[in-house]
Design a protein around this ligand. Structure first.
Ligand SMILES: Nc1ncnc2c1ncn2[C@@H]1O[C@H](COP(=O)(O)OP(=O)(O)OP(=O)(O)O)[C@@H](O)[C@H]1O
Length: 264
């Protein structure tokens, strides 16, 4: 997966000196990174190091206290994500971005069917034809390896792994360019996790998606990411190509992280 980093192109996303604090405590400080089209970046670090805060600031879900998030839209214009109006940011989130939550119920509408969960995003883009919505929903159920005959079932009747697949389908149906994922496989059984990771890897490659994946699991980073940033106490302490960071870590904190787990 992480052999050829597609970095020759212009970046899709730029994060510059981003900072976010809660009261007087900085959860993220001076975080800068770039992401190119089709590139997968893993954000790793121990619990409380600021990974989720960074991701939600990038997604526009939280406003940073310092710094900037810039995104290059399909028409080539650079957008300052936090200077956009709410409506514009929502449109961006619906059309160009996806966000996969660790807890699937936060990213799904639990009271409507699986098919409606997938179709809703398309309706938001103006698709109204019932047959087309259903056909697309069925197609996406299959793409994420869910039984398409369960299109009318509610997500609450699905297992954890199935819900996560459904959340992924809901996010990808509009063919975004950037997907942000916060611990997408944690909390699932190991075998379910492995299959889900394979699916994510396949979809990301086939759709040429750029992705940022927050994980505390270096195995997930190894499998999915071209590049890794390592966070400690809110700061990025190391970044580089996945193999380099995991096989030859430079910062002593990364050395500790790598040596404390058996990386597959
Ligand atoms: N809503 C909040 N209010 C106050 N402090 C917060 C809030 N959210 C996060 N923090 C603090 O900010 C810091 C970074 O938290 P964050 O959740 O971003 O870390 P993380 O690396 O994603 O951790 P985990 O892997 O456990 O999810 C922590 O010290 C946390 O206690």
């Amino acid at each position: 997966m992480h052999g050829d980093s597609p970095s020759a192109t212009e970046p899709l996303l730029q994060v510059r000196a981003l900072g976010r604090r809660y009261d007087r405590h900085w959860a993220v400080r001076e975080a800068s990174l770039e992401l190119h089209p089709g590139e997968v970046l893993a954000v790793v670090g121990e619990s409380g190091s600021g990974k989720s805060t960074l991701l939600s600031c990038i997604a526009g879900l939280q406003r940073p206290d310092e710094g900037q998030v810039r995104y290059r839209a399909r028409d080539g214009r650079w957008l300052d994500v936090h200077a956009l109006g709410e409506a514009q940011r929502r449109l961006l989130a619906r059309t160009e971005w996806g966000y996969v939550h660790q807890q699937a119920h936060l990213g799904l509408r639990m009271g409507v069917s699986a098919g409606a969960n997938i179709g809703e995003r398309l309706m938001g883009l103006g698709v109204r034809h019932y047959g087309q919505l259903r056909a697309e929903a069925q197609h996406w159920m299959q793409r994420v390896e869910l039984d398409a005959s369960r299109l009318d079932d509610l997500p609450r009747d699905f297992s954890g792994g199935m819900r996560q697949r459904l959340q992924i389908a809901r996010n990808l149906v509009t063919r975004p360019r950037l997907v942000l994922m916060d611990e997408p496989t944690s909390g699932l059984d190991v075998s379910v996790q492995a299959r889900l990771l394979d699916l994510i890897r396949l979809l990301v490659a086939r759709m040429h998606l750029a992705a940022i994946i927050v994980t505390h699991d270096l195995g997930v980073a190894r499998l999915l990411a071209h590049r890794i940033v390592v966070m400690k106490q809110g700061r990025i302490v190391e970044h580089g190509l996945t193999d380099r960071v995991l096989d030859d870590p430079q910062h002593e904190y990364t050395q500790l992280l790598v040596s404390s787990v058996v990386v597959p």
